[in-house]
Each structure stands twice: as structure tokens, then as C-alpha cells.
Design a protein around this ligand. Sequence first.
Ligand code: ATP
Ligand code: MG
Length: 565
Amino acid sequence: MRWSNYYLFTTREVPKDAEVISHRLMIRAGMIKKLAAGIYTTLPFGSRSMTKLATIVRRELDAKNALELTMPTIQPAELWQESGRWQAYGKELLRVNDRNGREFCYAPTAEEVITDMVRKDIRSYKQLPVNLYQIQTKFRDEIRPRFGLMRGREFLMKDAYSFHADAESLDVTYRDMHDAYCAIFAACGLDYKVVEADTGNIGGSDSHEFMVLAQTGESDIVSCDCGYAANTEKAVTGALPAPEVELGEMEEVATPDQKSIAEVSQFLGKSADQFVKTLLYTSENEEVVVVCIRGDREINEIKLANALDVQYPVLATDAQVQEITGAPVGFAGPVGLKEARLIVDPSAAALESFVCGANKDDAHLVNVQWGRDVEKGEVIDLLLADAGDPCPRCGDTMQKTRGIETGHIFKLGCKYSEAMGCNFLDAEGRDEPMIMGCYGLGIGRTVAAAIEQNHDDDGIIWPKPLAPFTVLLMALDPQNEEVSAAADQLYGELQAKGIDVLYDDRKERPGVKFKDADLIGIPVRAVIGKRGLSDGKIEISERHDREKHLVDVGEALAKLVELAG
Ligand code: ATP
Ligand code: MG
């Protein structure tokens, strides 16, 4: 491709809302253009990268016998009402009406549509399993669209759905998809981690996320050298080391104006890990739940949501706290709270003796013991895992890293097939719901994540498999006939070898060309200039180290083919 004929306009201007580097670089390198919040045009240069990823995705999924299809992006409301998600999906679902007032939505995902299709086509266990995928646009009316393609409202996703007669068959396909995803991210040249993920309200079954490691990722991951790795939304830990405590009789102490754990801990000269922190939440039915955790730790609200079987737990209002505890916020404790359900995290349950609020203004209790002074309630893991916590598998210390969730695989079970009557006849002639799996992978998000992981101050450093072009051929001073003749010739030869080459034949100053070259980050670069050419040399370098090698004109093609490989 000749740049002079191409649609690639780099820019120095970065919009204010571009917070992360991939977003800035994708705009500056002319890959995407914003149309509205979270809605972007992918320009030709960006499209090439997305297409390369899609090709890798298709290759690896086809190798596992997954079959490509294309489903509509506009879906009838009736299907979503059948599954129960018309209500449950909430505001992320973009609802539209047709001219007759019929309700539809724009696909945020396609479980309903595919389940509807399969229930009409498949009757017998003999036709199972099937694994179907598409690479198709999705729309989710994200509350905070940001980071460009990373969290857009309209975005391209590969989504796959599998249907099975039994759990063992799902296990096989789930493993296949897991392996295919590993192959995809490895083939992209990305540093990634597979982590255990929360399964949300569906509960019980397996789920894994594929995280491209990057500091700007929105997900926290804890992991151990033994192989355990989990999203902190889901991560469990071994038992935390217990603090040393003194034992004694429970006693009320005055703590005037000392509300936070940090304040009271300093005031009483006791470390925060000797405290029980008590928080009050309300679930959707307004029932107040009292939750205790060790004073130095945080509650994982996803675990709490699962424990309460609600979508989001909400902290109780000050008035509710006052009503239940009889004290203002800051002095709650489990002792003497009769009415409410009490859930205690193991970190708090393990304390032999602790400090907590006295449910009285300006007072705390010290030397409190479970069993003796207060009933423990239900012990349920609600801990937000952190760096330094013991691994649940081997007990070693875990690390915390950040990642970008680019893929998510999930054992769905019978959630949709039961709700929508997607049944089959088993070998004994019984009517059974099919068992399902689903498998998502963000195309745009993965390309953005690749940039997030591979860049420097001057621009993108494409991993070769996702680079829009593999070789950038630069003619310095293309008005010079000798230069343009040599560059034209090399361009033709590279094309003949099937190499993706972008030929910078623009009549721009060398400074502009070099700056652009660094910005757009094509992995291999060949520079043809008057001076070098008069010595019979072409300068070849790679974007990642920019080390220059002068190569004889006659050897340039072979060298470029080698580097492009
Ligand atoms: P997140 O927690 O980041 O919102 P999700 O759990 O909603 O993601 P899934 O429903 O599992 O995502 O979707 C599958 C894949 O689609 C994700 O792994 C991600 O790569 C991609 N994806 C999801 N939401 C977006 C978005 N708003 N913009 C771009 N890609 C997205
Ligand atoms: Mg989401």
C-alpha cells in the first residue's frame, strides 16, 4: 500500500477524554475516530489489525470444530422476556421500537437468539454437541464508556455458544475453548494470564477470564507461583495469620469522636487487625444485613452479592444504621444486635478477642470474644484478596497484578435452555434441557490491550501478528528519481513475496516521516535515502529497538523477508 493513496492521517491532538495510552495512540495513529461517546469508526489502519486478530481467532476456533455463523444485531424483546433478562439486564440493554411499536433490543450478547435457533433445529442427543460462533457487533449502554475501544458502547466481539447432552461433553468443549483462547493470545504475541472468575448469580459452574497484563487494566488479579490465579472479584485465600491479642473481660471504653478504625486504633493503641469492622448493607428487598470483617481488610462486594443472591448490595443509609444499632455511623458492632442477619468473614471469625463498636455514640467494646460475648452468626468468605495473602492452594504468598479482561469463558449450565425450553431427547427417550457453555472475546479490546502492553513514549510497538502492516518502506526525498526508482522496485518485490508493506512515498520531510513511523509502530522498517543509496546501502531497523543496520541494496529484500517472518 502506498501511503500517498492510503487513508492514514496521524495527529498530535489527543482528546481530553483519552485517559489511557492505547486510546491516545489509536487516535494519534489514525486507527479510530470517535463518533459519539463509546462509539467509534475503525479506520482502515485500525481495521487491518482487527482483521488480523479475527483471522487468528477463526483459525484457532475452526481447529476446535467450532462453526461460524452470523446472527442479527437486532433481537426481539420476546426472547429476552422468555429468559427473564428483559428486566434483569437493566440499562445496559439498548431497547428500540420498530414502526409498529414492537419492542426489540440491540444485541449486547446472543444467548437468547442462539438458544431459540438451536431449540428449533436440534431434537436428539445424536445431534449434540454443537459449538457455534460469530464475530459480530455488540451494543452495551455502558454506564461509563471510556478508554476508546477498551470499554466502548458499540464494539466487536467474538461470541461462541456450545450445547451439550451431558456435563462431560461440556467439560470437553470448555477445555477445548480454554486451549483455543490460550493459542489465540499466544499467537498474538501477548503476555496474558488465565484466571478463575466470578460466575455471578448463575453460580456454581466454572468460569475463566483471559487477562492481558497491563498496569492500566481495570481488573485486579492475585496469583501464586504454584499456578493459582484469580480475579480478586472471585479470589479466595488461605487462612490469614492471626494477630497476637490479649484476653480479658469484655469492657466498654469511651472513644469520643473516634470513628474510623484508624482513629480508634491509634486512640486505643491496638492494631487494626485486632478490630472487627461492622458494616450494614441492604439488599433489594430492603432487609438489613450486618457484615463483619477484620478491621484491616475490605469486603468484596461481589462475594457479598452472591451470598445475598442480589445484583448489588447497597450500604445502609445513616438513618438505617441509627435505627438498627441505636448509634450514629462509626460505632456499629455485632454485640447486642438481635434483629438483623449477621454474616462474619473468616478473617473476623478467627479472632480470639477483638475490638468493635459498642452500638453507642462515642463508645467501643474491647476484649470481645465470639461465643462468650456474642454469637458468631453465619461464617461466609467475603474477603477481598490482596497482595501478600496466603495462597488457598499452597499457602505461599500471593502477588497482585493488573490485567485487561479480553476473554471470558463460562459454563452456563441450563439457565437459558430451561427458561426457553431448549430440550433434546436423550438415549432413553427422555426430554432434557441442553447444557450450555458460552465464550466471549473482545476484538477491539484485545487490539487496544496489545497497544497498552506494547508501546513507548514515541508510539506503538506492534507485536508482529497484530501489526496493520509488517514492513514500513520509507523513501526519503522521493522526488529524487534514483531513490524513488529503488523504493518502487523494493516495494514491488516485497509485495511479490506476499509481505504486508506500507510504502511511505509521501512528499514529507524526513523528520515527519520518522516521527510517524515511530507513532504507527510497524515492526520492520526500511529506509531508502539519497546518501545511503550512493553507497549502495539501505537502512533496516526494527521498531522495538530501532537499531540501524546498513544492508547492501541487493541483500535488502532477503533481510526484510527474514525479519518479517
Ligand atoms: P467487563 O467486566 O469488562 O464489563 P464483561 O464481563 O461484561 O466485561 P463479557 O460479557 O464476558 O464481558 O464479554 C466478553 C468479552 O467482550 C470481554 O471479555 C471483553 O473482551 C469484551 N467486552 C465486554 N464489554 C466490552 C466493552 N464495553 N467494550 C469492548 N469490549 C468489551
Ligand atoms: Mg460488562
